[in-house]
Structure formats: structure tokens, C-alpha cells
Design a protein around this ligand. Structure first.
Ligand SMILES: Nc1ncnc2c1ncn2[C@@H]1O[C@H](COP(=O)(O)OP(=O)(O)OP(=O)(O)O)[C@@H](O)[C@H]1O
Ligand SMILES: [Mg+2]
Length: 258
């Protein structure tokens, strides 16, 4: 891990009218670090993630991001073209519902290849080969390369979405409940796969989940949210094994888990 944070979040708040989405959130994320955001339904996890990834504009606060040229840029003061470029190259976003992150009517190969073309690769043979390699990396048989994702199972779609996001070697990946819509048996394998890829690629990631097992397996550090506030944060093992806040204790002892 580098000695400079990748992301610096300062007093971020988002209000929906008078309702709190998230409030006064501050933290730093280092390269290669996986941060889990946990909390019950409505605690503000998605709101926070969407503000961080600039899909949503916060009401107050700032987020700065260390670009590849080492300069820090304020995410909310970039122009649209710069933000889009970041999203296409440096960042990935894995949606809970793969249909939101895939193009369902183009082939699996094109779903992966498209991201490569977006970063300037124009060599068809190489793009197809890289797409095929990535399909096998996410355990999709290469002979499915010309099939559309609508003919894939839920787990396959999610793995395809992951391949599409990781093919460009992003530095930061946002994930909102990446295993949320899947059968328990499929979840475990997907998590294993995801953990391997994140480790191998040295990715930084912010993972929203209500599932503490996902946080345990994937993350180095975690933040616990309640009613829009971060009420506890720390190393994942510390928070899960020795929670300080009463609310986190209840969460961990599964009284609050659904
Ligand atoms: N578009 C919106 N308009 C108004 N209020 C919203 C909107 N989106 C979220 N909220 C409110 O903001 C709060 C946080 O919602 P958010 O979706 O961030 O929670 P969450 O932790 O992601 O929940 P879940 O686990 O159910 O996905 C909730 O009170 C919610 O009702
Ligand atoms: Mg949510």
C-alpha cells in the first residue's frame, strides 16, 4: 500500500429534503484497501456510496481523489468529461442487480470488450482474446462469449459484470451488495472469486453490504452506519470480534440481522 490515500472524504452529508441520507462522514481510503460499509436497511449505505462515486451530489462536504499523476482532485468540481473518464478507466462500479451494470442485448464478449475500447484499445483480435481470458477468470466457459447475458444465470451475470469492471485494471471499485441477489450457495463461490481478484489486482474497493460475513471475508476495514451516521469504524477483525458500540454489538450478535 502506498503512503498516500487514494480517497479523502471530508464531512460528507446528503439530505433528501429534511430526511438524512448520510451525515458528516469522513474517512480516508488507501490504495489496495478494501473498506466495507455495513448497517441495517435505510442506514445510508447506498446514499454514501453513490455520493462517493459521484453518481449522486452530496449536500455538503468534499471528496478528493488521487489521480494517476499523483494530483488530488475534488470530485465534485470536475467537469462531466473528466468524471466520465474516471468512471471508464480508474473506477469500476458493481451493481447489486447485474442488469444495471451490463448491456443485456450485446454479447458477453462485447460487454467486456467495450470497456477496453473505452480506454483506447482498437485491436479486435486482442480485445476478443482479453475478453475470453477474463470470462475464464470469472469461471464462465469461453464458448459462451457470443451469448447475451440475458441467457446467463444470476450468478453468471454477476461474474460477467465483475469481469467487465475489472478488465481495465481500475484502481478503485465501488460495489453495492455484490452478492445480494444470489442464492447462498452461489454467494460463497462468488465471494471467493472476488476476494482472489481483489487480492491479485491489489484493488482498492468500497463494498456496501448488510451481510457481516461478506465484510469479514472481503474487507480490511469497516464502517458501521446507523441513521445516516458512521457510529463505529476500525479494522474488520477488531470491529467484528470486539465491537465497542452497543449497536454494533447487537449487529454482530445477529439480533439485528435479518
Ligand atoms: N431518492 C431518495 N429520496 C428520498 N429519500 C431517500 C432517497 N434515497 C434514499 N432515501 C432515504 O435515505 C435514507 C438512507 O437510504 P439508503 O438507500 O442510503 O439506505 P441503505 O443503507 O442503502 O438501505 P438498504 O440496505 O435498504 O439498501 C433512508 O431513510 C431512505 O429512505
Ligand atoms: Mg442500499
Amino acid at each position: 500500500m502506498s503512503d498516500l490515500p487514494l480517497l479523502k472524504v471530508n464531512n460528507l452529508s446528503k439530505f433528501y429534503g429534511s430526511r438524512i441520507g448520510c451525515k458528516d462522514v469522513s474517512f480516508e481510503l488507501w490504495p489496495g484497501e478494501v473498506l466495507a460499509i455495513v448497517g441495517e436497511s435505510g442506514s445510508g449505505k447506498t446514499t454514501l456510496l453513490n455520493c462517493l462515486s459521484t453518481r449522486l451530489l452530496p449536500s455538503t462536504g468534499s471528496v478528493t481523489y488521487r489521480m494517476r499523476d499523483e494530483t488530488y482532485r475534488d470530485l465534485y468540481h470536475m467537469n462531466e468529461a473528466e468524471r466520465r473518464f474516471l468512471m471508464r478507466t480508474d473506477w469500476g462500479f458493481v451493481h447489486q442487480n447485474p442488469a444495471d451494470g451490463l448491456r443485456m442485448s450485446v454479447s458477453a464478449g462485447a460487454n467486456v470488450g467495450e470497456r477496453l475500447m473505452a480506454v483506447g484499445d482498437r485491436n479486435y483480435g486482442r480485445i476478443r482474446q482479453t475478453a475470453a481470458d477474463w470470462l475464464s477468470r470469472v469461471e464462465i466457459a469461453e464458448d459462451r462469449i457470443d451469448d447475451q447475458p440475458r441467457s446467463f444465470s444470476g450468478g453468471m451475470r454477476q461474474r460477467l459484470q465483475i469481469a467487465r469492471n475489472l478488465v481495465t485494471s481500475p484502481r478503485l471499485v465501488f460495489m453495492d451488495e455484490p452478492t445480494g441477489g444470489l442464492d447462498v450457495s452461489v454467494q460463497a463461490r462468488l465471494l471467493d472469486l472476488l476476494r482472489g481478484l481483489v487480492n491479485d489486482l491489489g484493488l482498492a474497493a468500497i463494498v456496501v453490504t448488510h451481510d457481516l460475513a461478506v465484510a469479514r471475508l472481503l474487507s480490511h476495514r469497516m464502517m458501521v452506519m446507523k441513521d445516516g451516521h458512521v457510529i463505529e469504524q476500525g479494522l474488520t477483525d477488531r470491529v467484528l470480534d470486539d465491537p465497542r458500540e452497543r449497536y454494533t454489538q447487537l449487529l454482530v450478535s445477529s439480533i439485528l440481522q435479518v
